[in-house]
Ligand binder design. Structure first.
Ligand SMILES: C[S@@+](CC[C@H](N)C(=O)[O-])C[C@H]1O[C@@H](n2cnc3c(N)ncnc32)[C@H](O)[C@@H]1O
Length: 593
């Protein structure tokens, strides 16, 4: 398999192993709604934030969506990094990332091209992201022409080309500027953690919306025999619920055949099509023809007219449309997706009506809902490590409301101002409700989140545990580095090798009940213990952190292999062997990164 090489690669391929573990610091005053809802926003560089989150979520995430800087070469920031145009750096030029590159790559970083810098920035972050995925999880990555080839090659390298699930071409703009090739699309790459574990067919949970609309159509048809009255009643209902109907949020008509929308698919794209007249039913004059003619011959048009499937405008000046019924909607995640990219900007302007330019180029929620509706359901966890304006959080809440599921999100954003004023504020507003640009009150989608910042590292430069580290913090870290799995909530609860649905109940709470016991958990038949900070209630200098006969007698019993992390051990070799104990001395035998 071809691989990509660049200057600086050597310094970053294993860098994610060296990133030190940091603590997460709760900022309760920035939380929203129920902080126990399982949603989380973290402010901080995603490299450090991802490492800090591994002990909570390794192998737990069903879907990752990322929208990293596209590295377009346009950066509207002055020397001091102050915003002159964009709210975020679209290159690898932010002060934080420049400093990070200097540290990791060394002096050579100064000479790297912007593409090499971008690759250095992305590689270790993608390597960490993969560790979060469940065996049947997937990663979606948005990208445009600038870094598409590089991103695909490094994702092939990290995930394996056989786990490439596909590439979506998103037609998001129309470019009528004079040029050679007008670029009117970008990409969403999709990789599976293990393609063999994906279901053979992805079905959208939004089929629930389809079912609902089919039932509703029948109800209206039964209740209102008179077509105008039926349409009027349905229009009222549609206006109230439109926001939750995606991908049916344009299905605003109803007739005897059910609920439908108008489709402009009568145009012949690109080349000369069929030419004939279709007479308007009221004026009797020929309707305006599509510029390149019709896509189908006259006989098809006649058949469609007989079936009542043509929508005419008020007079002949409007090009006809075709009726597209809910019942004919077939959901598939197609490699082609057409959606005006400006919708994302309109959405955010509605939420921040007082700010003329709250965030540049946010993604439309519909795009992310499309990806999530095929790949997640229930209480699946969704991770976005380049959160920006929080579109992913918004999309999760919207989709949950539409299909009645309980998906959870984790959003990471580096810039403090963006994280607090845009990411958090947007998700808060859409969860709680807000007044839009017209001053109308938009009902909240409900849901809440915790907000965290990055705290200090667990260990100092000499590998000593920092004095501020609590038992619960070290417990989570020790359990994760020993087993590669997040710590379960309850003492003694067996951590299954493949997490069960009950495990999705785990929440990122560092004061969970396990913090009360030196037996952290049992994983693959091994009991993991930690003696630290006088967990057994001993307030003396070593606080019961040394394994003695007395301490052993006080430990919760587990009849199997035991790994005990402690500051020292006074038991003989034979006793350790007969008790099936392996001792790991703190802090030297705890992995610090
Ligand atoms: C293209 S924007 C994402 C836009 C987002 N998808 C939306 O719809 O609003 C990229 C975001 O990633 C953030 N970012 C860049 N480098 C980062 C890093 N190392 N860690 C966390 N966030 C980062 C930027 O500050 C910016 O807000």
């Amino acid at each position: 398999m071809p691989t990509l090489n660049w200057i600086g690669k050597e310094a970053v391929v294993n860098h994610h192993h060296q990133v030190p573990f940091h603590l997460l610091k709760d900022v309760p005053e920035l939380a929203c709604g129920d902080p126990g809802s399982g949603n989380l926003i973290v402010q901080g560089d995603n490299l450090v934030a991802l490492k800090a989150l591994l002990p909570f979520y390794a192998g737990q995430v069903k879907c990752i969506y990322i929208d990293p800087p596209y590295n377009t070469g346009v950066d509207e920031r002055d020397e001091k990094g102050t915003r002159t145009g964009w709210r975020y750096s679209d290159n690898v030029n932010s002060a934080e990332i420049r400093e990070w590159l200097g540290k990791v790559v060394g002096a050579e970083a100064e000479d790297l091209s912007r593409h090499e810098k971008w690759l250095c920035m992305m590689y270790p972050r993608l390597a960490l992201l993969k560790k979060f995925l469940k065996e049947d999880g997937v990663l979606f990555a948005s990208i445009d022409e600038n870094e598409f080839p590089s991103l695909r090659l490094i994702l092939d390298e990290l995930f394996g080309a056989t786990n490439r699930a596909g590439t979506i071409v998103w037609k998001n703009v129309t470019d009528n500027n004079p040029t050679n090739i007008a670029i009117e699309h970008e990409y969403v790459l999709c990789y599976a953690k293990n393609k063999a574990r994906l279901p053979s067919e992805w079905k959208s949970t939004n089929l629930a919306v389809k079912t609902k609309l089919l039932e509703l159509g029948e109800q209206f048809i039964g209740e209102f025999k008179e077509p105008d009255q039926r349409q009027e009643q349905y229009s009222k209902w549609f206006r109230k619920n439109k926001e939750f109907l995606w991908p049916f949020d344009r299905y605003k008509f109803i007739d005897d055949g059910g609920i439908f929308t108008g489709s402009q698919s009568v145009h012949n794209p690109g080349k000369e099509g069929y030419r004939y007249d279709i007479l308007h039913p009221v004026t009797g004059k020929p309707c305006a023809e599509p510029m390149m003619g019709y896509r189908f011959p006259k006989e098809t048009a006649e058949r469609l007219r007989e079936q009542g499937r043509i929508i005419f405008g008020d007079d002949e000046t409007k090009i006809i449309e075709l009726k597209l019924y809910v019942k004919d909607y077939r959901a598939k995640l197609s490699s082609l997706f057409e959606l005006d990219g400006r919708i994302g900007t309109n959405e955010i302007k509605e939420i921040f009506p007082d700010d003329k330019r709250p965030f540049d180029f946010p993604k439309p929620t519909d795009l992310i809902e499309e990806l999530l509706s095929f790949t997640t359901s229930g209480d699946d966890l969704i991770l976005d490590s380049f959160a920006g304006s929080g579109t992913t959080g918004h999309a999760v809440l919207k989709l949950n409301k539409a299909d009645n599921q309980k998906r959870r999100f984790v959003l990471l954003e580096m810039k403090p101002q963006i994280a607090r004023d845009i990411t958090r504020e947007r998700v808060k507003r859409v969860a709680e409700g807000y007044a839009n640009a017209k001053g109308e009150q938009v009902e909240g989608l409900s849901g809440g989140f915790r907000f965290c910042e990055l705290g200090e590292p667990l260990f100092d430069e000499r590998g000593q545990i920092k004095p501020s580290v609590r038992f619960a913090d070290l417990a989570r870290h020790v359990y994760f580095t020993e087993t590669g799995e997040p710590l379960p909530d309850k003492v003694g609860r067996v951590t299954p090798c493949a997490p069960s649905s009950a495990d999705t109940q785990r929440r990122a709470r560092s004061d969970a009940p396990y913090s009360k016991s030196p037996l952290l958990g049992i994983c693959r038949g091994v009991g993991i213990y930690l003696l630290f900070n006088g967990i057994l209630g001993d307030k003396s200098a070593n606080g019961g952190n040394i394994l003695t006969r007395g301490v052993l007698a006080q430990l919760p019993k587990f009849d199997g292999q035991k790994v005990i992390y402690c500051a020292g051990c006074l038991l003989g070799k034979d006793r350790l062997q007969s008790e099936r104990i392996i001792v790991r001395q703190t802090p030297y035998e705890i992995k610090v990164s």
